[in-house]
Design a protein around this ligand. Structure first.
Ligand code: GDP
Length: 438
């Protein structure tokens, strides 16, 4: 199950929030600081998903030999198990130095954080929550755990931050990497699948439509990692009958892409990078999937140097958003070069999963701001303040600032390309979100 962890200094209302989210009275709620000293755990339904919820004892900046130091250690351990952290602050007492130290530590961690501004009932409304912006952890979600106010918004925020259904969650290392093989009919997808898995699991042949359905096979690659491979050969025959080949193969590719995390785009090197290949690459980008390109039938290519140059030029000209994408020349038929494919896939997969710590992200962000300050919008400065990375898979960057949502397209591209270069993410789609702050 995906795991939520509730963090915050003592007495901010973690246990009340835990009870609220779990829906049963489990934690002991008491106003004496430090009453809930041990970690509690329960399952609940949050944001329409079954989740595991961890409540931690308060985390304070304190020496490890003190009780609070031990509590911090247990929070760190809990955070490592979590997919999403709820960082709770108390708007009635306001931010304390402990909150700030805590937030600073959290910003350096890799787990997405939702900032929860608790105790906002009554006259302590949304306004009081504004102070929490200073923590640099994004928009605070104002709630009253005790009265149940704001829980709908909190559920929504959690739903957005959780890994998508079927995606890896913290702790399940056994889950296979999900890989799609896409490409036009006859590019050699089925042959490649056989070459990769080393078994004749599918019938291949010169005739398009021999494989009737999209096929998924699971195998263990040479590093011992489980891989689930989906071939999109399916629907081809039906498509031919209906004379909607283009449309149908696109539909099959989209289905496979949704099911997968990363795609190998098989290109028939004898035919080149044509509109169909570019469209598939763009589909993958739109679905947020990482891509590796295999130039297949390399055995039959005569002038390899010239062909490679021509293929790469086509990529450069038409797929700027996938700049630097990995290409591997292969012969699925003879097996040559196929051994280089999975290492390339795993490399891009790791980048796609990568979280940039907030500190590092903001050092990059400041360089970008210095090099090229954001332009004026209707005569007024757009002031961008900081960036966070709320999720990976694909890497997603949120930029906060005044009138951030008015940022023109070319400046957004400047940020995305700068990010891709700074953190070397070729072939990885990157999402950029703008959040206006006041
Ligand atoms: P799919 O429709 O993409 O699954 O393509 P297939 O795997 O069925 O292959 C289509 C045709 O291309 C078959 O005749 C294969 O033998 C041939 N083919 C596949 N890979 C290669 C390759 O690396 N070199 C050569 N010369 N032919 C290949």
């Amino acid at each position: 199950l995906p795991t939520l962890v509730i963090l915050g200094r003592p007495n901010v209302g973690k246990s009340s929030l835990f009870n609220r989210l779990v829906g049963r009275k489990i934690a002991i709620v008491d106003d004496t600081p430090g009453v809930t000293r041990d970690r509690k755990e329960a399952e609940g339904r949050v944001g329409g998903r079954d989740v595991r919820i961890l409540d931690t004892a308060g985390l304070e900046e304190a020496a490890p030999e003190t009780v609070q130091g031990r509590m911090r250690a247990s929070s760190e351990a809990a955070l490592r198990e979590a997919d999403v952290a709820l960082f709770v602050v108390d708007v009635r007492t306001g931010l304390t130095p402990a909150d700030r130290a805590f937030a600073q530590w959290l910003r350096r961690q890799h787990t997405p954080v939702i900032l929860v501004a608790n105790k906002t009932e009554g006259r302590f409304g949304g306004q009081a929550a504004m102070e929490a912006y200073e923590l640099g952890l994004g928009d605070p979600v104002p709630v009253s755990a005790e009265h149940g106010d704001g829980m709908g918004d909190l559920h929504d925020a959690i739903r957005e931050a959780l890994p998508a259904e079927g995606e890896a969650v913290a702790g399940d290392a056994e889950r296979p990497l999900r890989l799609a093989i896409i490409g036009r009919p006859n590019a050699g997808k089925s042959t490649l699948l056989n070459a990769l898995t080393g078994e004749e699991r599918m019938i291949t042949g010169p005739e398009p439509g021999l494989t009737r359905d999209s096929v998924a096979v699971q195998w263990t690659d040479e590093t011992g990692a489980a891989v689930r491979l989906v071939d999109t050969a399916g629907l081809r025959k039906k498509a031919r009958i209906e004379q909607h080949l283009e449309k149908m193969s696109a539909a099959a590719s989209i289905a496979a892409l949704k099911e997968c995390e990363i795609a190998i785009l098989v290109v028939d090197a004898l035919l080149g990078m044509e509109e169909q290949e570019l469209r598939l690459a763009r589909l993958a980008e739109r679905e947020g999937r990482a891509v590796v390109i295999a130039f297949n039938k390399w055995d039959a290519v005569e002038d390899r140097e010239a062909t490679k140059r021509r293929l790469e030029d086509a990529l450069m000209a038409s797929l700027a958003q996938m700049r630097g994408i990995k290409v591997v020349p292969i012969s699925a038929k003879t097996g040559r070069g196929v051994e280089k494919l999975m290492p390339a896939v795993r490399e891009v997969y790791a980048l796609w999963n990568r979280r940039i710590p907030t500190g590092e992200l903001n050092r990059w962000f400041e360089t970008m701001m210095t090099r090229h300050p954001p332009p004026l919008s209707e005569g007024r400065r757009i002031k961008l303040r900081y960036a966070t990375m709320p999720k990976a898979r694909p890497p997603t960057v949120t930029v906060f600032g005044t009138r951030a949502e008015q940022l023109p397209e070319d400046y957004r591209r400047y940020l995305v390309n700068g990010f891709r270069e700074a953190f070397t993410m070729p072939g990885v789609p990157i999402r950029l979100q703008m959040r206006g702050t006041t």
